[in-house]
Design a protein. Structure first.
Length: 254
Protein backbone atom coordinates (compact mmCIF):
# COMPACT_ATOMS: atom_id res chain seq x y z
CA UNK A 1 0.00 0.00 0.00
CA UNK A 2 1.02 3.62 -0.48
CA UNK A 3 2.66 5.36 2.46
CA UNK A 4 2.49 8.96 3.66
CA UNK A 5 6.13 9.83 4.31
CA UNK A 6 5.94 13.61 4.84
CA UNK A 7 3.40 16.33 5.55
CA UNK A 8 3.99 20.07 5.38
CA UNK A 9 2.38 23.43 4.70
CA UNK A 10 3.51 26.80 3.39
CA UNK A 11 2.19 30.17 2.33
CA UNK A 12 1.83 30.58 -1.42
CA UNK A 13 2.24 34.33 -1.93
CA UNK A 14 2.48 34.77 -5.71
CA UNK A 15 4.90 37.66 -5.17
CA UNK A 16 7.58 35.07 -4.48
CA UNK A 17 7.40 34.27 -8.19
CA UNK A 18 6.09 37.47 -9.75
CA UNK A 19 8.03 40.13 -7.81
CA UNK A 20 10.97 38.60 -5.92
CA UNK A 21 12.73 41.98 -5.98
CA UNK A 22 10.27 43.22 -3.35
CA UNK A 23 12.03 41.15 -0.67
CA UNK A 24 15.42 42.14 0.72
CA UNK A 25 18.32 39.71 0.87
CA UNK A 26 17.72 38.72 4.48
CA UNK A 27 14.06 37.97 3.84
CA UNK A 28 14.90 35.92 0.77
CA UNK A 29 17.40 33.99 2.82
CA UNK A 30 14.70 33.01 5.31
CA UNK A 31 12.30 32.08 2.51
CA UNK A 32 14.83 29.87 0.75
CA UNK A 33 15.92 28.29 4.03
CA UNK A 34 12.31 27.40 4.73
CA UNK A 35 11.77 25.80 1.34
CA UNK A 36 15.13 24.03 1.62
CA UNK A 37 13.97 22.47 4.90
CA UNK A 38 10.70 21.30 3.38
CA UNK A 39 12.46 19.92 0.31
CA UNK A 40 15.00 18.07 2.42
CA UNK A 41 12.14 16.60 4.47
CA UNK A 42 10.31 14.94 1.59
CA UNK A 43 13.46 14.17 -0.39
CA UNK A 44 15.09 12.33 2.52
CA UNK A 45 11.83 10.41 2.99
CA UNK A 46 11.94 9.25 -0.62
CA UNK A 47 8.68 10.90 -1.68
CA UNK A 48 7.79 10.36 -5.33
CA UNK A 49 4.27 11.83 -5.25
CA UNK A 50 3.03 15.13 -3.81
CA UNK A 51 -0.61 15.73 -2.92
CA UNK A 52 -1.31 19.46 -2.88
CA UNK A 53 -4.27 20.74 -0.87
CA UNK A 54 -5.03 24.30 -1.91
CA UNK A 55 -7.81 26.62 -2.94
CA UNK A 56 -8.17 28.04 -6.45
CA UNK A 57 -8.51 31.79 -6.95
CA UNK A 58 -10.95 31.95 -9.89
CA UNK A 59 -8.07 31.98 -12.35
CA UNK A 60 -9.03 28.63 -13.87
CA UNK A 61 -12.34 27.76 -12.22
CA UNK A 62 -15.58 29.70 -12.69
CA UNK A 63 -16.94 31.09 -9.38
CA UNK A 64 -20.42 30.20 -10.65
CA UNK A 65 -19.41 26.53 -10.57
CA UNK A 66 -16.99 26.25 -7.67
CA UNK A 67 -16.66 23.13 -5.50
CA UNK A 68 -16.45 22.92 -1.74
CA UNK A 69 -14.02 20.03 -2.23
CA UNK A 70 -12.66 19.15 -5.66
CA UNK A 71 -10.40 16.40 -6.96
CA UNK A 72 -8.42 17.04 -10.14
CA UNK A 73 -8.66 13.84 -12.17
CA UNK A 74 -6.74 14.90 -15.29
CA UNK A 75 -3.58 12.99 -16.22
CA UNK A 76 -1.61 16.17 -16.90
CA UNK A 77 -1.81 19.85 -16.06
CA UNK A 78 -0.37 22.97 -17.68
CA UNK A 79 0.13 26.48 -16.33
CA UNK A 80 0.34 29.08 -15.12
CA UNK A 81 -2.91 30.50 -16.35
CA UNK A 82 -1.94 33.90 -14.90
CA UNK A 83 0.05 36.15 -17.23
CA UNK A 84 1.64 38.00 -14.32
CA UNK A 85 3.23 35.18 -12.30
CA UNK A 86 6.80 35.74 -13.48
CA UNK A 87 7.00 32.77 -15.83
CA UNK A 88 5.39 32.44 -19.28
CA UNK A 89 1.83 31.17 -19.42
CA UNK A 90 1.57 27.41 -19.97
CA UNK A 91 5.33 26.95 -19.59
CA UNK A 92 5.00 24.41 -16.75
CA UNK A 93 3.63 20.92 -17.31
CA UNK A 94 3.04 18.33 -14.59
CA UNK A 95 2.00 14.71 -14.46
CA UNK A 96 -1.04 14.16 -12.26
CA UNK A 97 -1.64 10.91 -10.44
CA UNK A 98 -5.12 10.20 -11.83
CA UNK A 99 -5.27 6.74 -10.23
CA UNK A 100 -4.93 8.23 -6.77
CA UNK A 101 -7.56 10.82 -7.70
CA UNK A 102 -10.04 8.02 -8.31
CA UNK A 103 -9.12 6.40 -4.99
CA UNK A 104 -9.85 9.67 -3.18
CA UNK A 105 -13.14 10.14 -5.02
CA UNK A 106 -14.26 6.64 -4.08
CA UNK A 107 -13.20 7.04 -0.44
CA UNK A 108 -14.97 10.37 -0.24
CA UNK A 109 -18.30 8.95 -1.38
CA UNK A 110 -18.04 6.08 1.09
CA UNK A 111 -17.26 8.48 3.95
CA UNK A 112 -19.96 11.04 3.28
CA UNK A 113 -18.09 13.57 1.16
CA UNK A 114 -19.80 14.62 -2.07
CA UNK A 115 -16.61 15.49 -3.93
CA UNK A 116 -16.53 17.28 -7.27
CA UNK A 117 -14.62 15.67 -10.11
CA UNK A 118 -12.51 18.38 -11.75
CA UNK A 119 -11.18 17.27 -15.13
CA UNK A 120 -8.78 19.40 -17.14
CA UNK A 121 -7.94 22.57 -15.24
CA UNK A 122 -5.23 25.18 -15.72
CA UNK A 123 -2.61 25.48 -13.02
CA UNK A 124 -2.49 28.68 -11.00
CA UNK A 125 -0.40 30.10 -8.18
CA UNK A 126 -2.24 28.25 -5.44
CA UNK A 127 -0.86 25.02 -6.85
CA UNK A 128 2.35 26.27 -8.46
CA UNK A 129 4.07 28.73 -6.12
CA UNK A 130 5.38 26.41 -3.42
CA UNK A 131 6.20 23.64 -5.89
CA UNK A 132 8.18 26.10 -8.00
CA UNK A 133 10.67 26.22 -5.13
CA UNK A 134 10.27 22.66 -3.86
CA UNK A 135 10.33 20.69 -7.13
CA UNK A 136 11.63 23.14 -9.76
CA UNK A 137 12.23 20.31 -12.24
CA UNK A 138 8.56 19.26 -11.96
CA UNK A 139 9.76 15.67 -12.05
CA UNK A 140 7.45 14.02 -9.50
CA UNK A 141 3.82 12.92 -9.71
CA UNK A 142 1.20 15.26 -8.28
CA UNK A 143 -2.42 15.35 -7.18
CA UNK A 144 -4.32 18.60 -6.68
CA UNK A 145 -7.13 18.63 -4.13
CA UNK A 146 -9.08 21.89 -4.12
CA UNK A 147 -10.72 23.25 -0.98
CA UNK A 148 -13.01 26.25 -1.01
CA UNK A 149 -11.33 28.95 1.06
CA UNK A 150 -12.57 31.91 -0.98
CA UNK A 151 -16.29 31.77 -1.79
CA UNK A 152 -18.83 31.79 1.08
CA UNK A 153 -20.34 29.71 2.45
CA UNK A 154 -17.07 28.04 3.34
CA UNK A 155 -16.71 24.55 4.78
CA UNK A 156 -16.12 24.61 8.52
CA UNK A 157 -12.64 24.03 9.91
CA UNK A 158 -13.92 20.77 11.38
CA UNK A 159 -15.14 19.68 7.94
CA UNK A 160 -11.71 20.48 6.47
CA UNK A 161 -10.00 18.45 9.19
CA UNK A 162 -12.35 15.56 8.47
CA UNK A 163 -11.64 15.94 4.75
CA UNK A 164 -7.94 15.62 5.52
CA UNK A 165 -8.58 12.49 7.60
CA UNK A 166 -10.45 10.96 4.68
CA UNK A 167 -7.65 11.86 2.26
CA UNK A 168 -5.03 10.36 4.53
CA UNK A 169 -6.99 7.13 4.83
CA UNK A 170 -7.52 7.02 1.07
CA UNK A 171 -3.82 7.41 0.38
CA UNK A 172 -2.96 4.62 2.81
CA UNK A 173 -5.56 2.36 1.17
CA UNK A 174 -4.14 2.92 -2.32
CA UNK A 175 -2.75 -0.32 -3.74
CA UNK A 176 0.54 1.21 -4.80
CA UNK A 177 4.15 1.38 -3.70
CA UNK A 178 4.13 5.19 -3.94
CA UNK A 179 5.65 7.28 -1.18
CA UNK A 180 3.47 10.32 -0.74
CA UNK A 181 4.12 13.79 0.66
CA UNK A 182 1.19 16.07 1.46
CA UNK A 183 1.52 19.84 0.99
CA UNK A 184 -0.97 22.39 2.28
CA UNK A 185 -0.69 25.65 0.36
CA UNK A 186 -2.02 29.05 1.44
CA UNK A 187 -2.49 31.35 4.43
CA UNK A 188 -1.49 32.39 7.02
CA UNK A 189 -2.94 35.78 8.06
CA UNK A 190 -3.27 38.12 5.08
CA UNK A 191 -5.77 40.09 3.06
CA UNK A 192 -6.32 40.23 -0.69
CA UNK A 193 -7.90 43.14 -2.55
CA UNK A 194 -8.72 45.18 0.59
CA UNK A 195 -7.10 48.20 2.29
CA UNK A 196 -5.42 45.78 4.71
CA UNK A 197 -3.50 44.06 1.93
CA UNK A 198 0.12 43.59 3.02
CA UNK A 199 -0.65 43.39 6.74
CA UNK A 200 -0.25 40.23 8.80
CA UNK A 201 -1.25 39.34 12.34
CA UNK A 202 1.80 37.69 13.90
CA UNK A 203 0.00 37.02 17.18
CA UNK A 204 -2.73 35.05 15.39
CA UNK A 205 -0.19 33.20 13.24
CA UNK A 206 1.85 32.12 16.25
CA UNK A 207 -1.26 31.00 18.14
CA UNK A 208 -2.54 29.00 15.19
CA UNK A 209 0.84 27.39 14.48
CA UNK A 210 1.19 26.39 18.12
CA UNK A 211 -2.22 24.71 18.07
CA UNK A 212 -1.51 23.08 14.72
CA UNK A 213 1.87 21.67 15.70
CA UNK A 214 0.42 20.22 18.90
CA UNK A 215 -2.59 18.83 17.00
CA UNK A 216 -4.74 20.71 19.49
CA UNK A 217 -8.28 20.52 18.14
CA UNK A 218 -8.98 23.92 19.68
CA UNK A 219 -7.70 25.20 16.32
CA UNK A 220 -11.05 24.09 14.90
CA UNK A 221 -12.81 26.62 17.14
CA UNK A 222 -11.34 29.59 15.25
CA UNK A 223 -14.34 31.30 13.70
CA UNK A 224 -14.91 32.68 10.24
CA UNK A 225 -15.65 36.04 11.85
CA UNK A 226 -12.20 36.11 13.46
CA UNK A 227 -10.46 35.06 10.26
CA UNK A 228 -12.35 37.61 8.18
CA UNK A 229 -11.48 40.39 10.65
CA UNK A 230 -7.79 39.50 10.39
CA UNK A 231 -7.88 39.32 6.59
CA UNK A 232 -9.90 37.46 4.00
CA UNK A 233 -6.92 35.35 2.93
CA UNK A 234 -6.66 33.92 6.44
CA UNK A 235 -9.40 31.45 5.52
CA UNK A 236 -6.67 29.48 3.74
CA UNK A 237 -5.60 27.99 7.07
CA UNK A 238 -8.17 25.38 6.05
CA UNK A 239 -5.51 23.85 3.82
CA UNK A 240 -3.08 23.53 6.74
CA UNK A 241 -5.82 22.02 8.89
CA UNK A 242 -6.63 19.42 6.22
CA UNK A 243 -2.98 18.34 6.21
CA UNK A 244 -3.12 17.96 10.00
CA UNK A 245 -6.16 15.75 9.59
CA UNK A 246 -4.39 13.58 7.03
CA UNK A 247 -1.65 12.80 9.56
CA UNK A 248 -3.85 12.84 12.65
CA UNK A 249 -1.83 12.63 15.85
CA UNK A 250 1.51 13.56 14.28
CA UNK A 251 3.22 16.57 15.87
CA UNK A 252 4.68 19.36 13.79
CA UNK A 253 7.38 21.99 13.95
CA UNK A 254 7.83 25.43 12.44
Amino acid sequence: MAEIVAAMSSVHSPLMMSAPQMADEATWGRIHNGFDTLRDTFTSAGADTIVVISDEHFNALDPRRYPSFGVVTAETGVGPVENWLGVPCDSISVNFESELAEVVLDAGVRQGFDLTRVGEVGLEHGFLTCLNFLTPQWDLSYLWLIQNCVLPPLPSLKRCYDFGQMVGQAIRSWDSSRRVAILGSGGLSHAVGTPDMGKVDEQFDKRFLDLLCRQDLAMLDITDVEMEAIGNGTHEIRNWIAVAGAVEGAKGEV
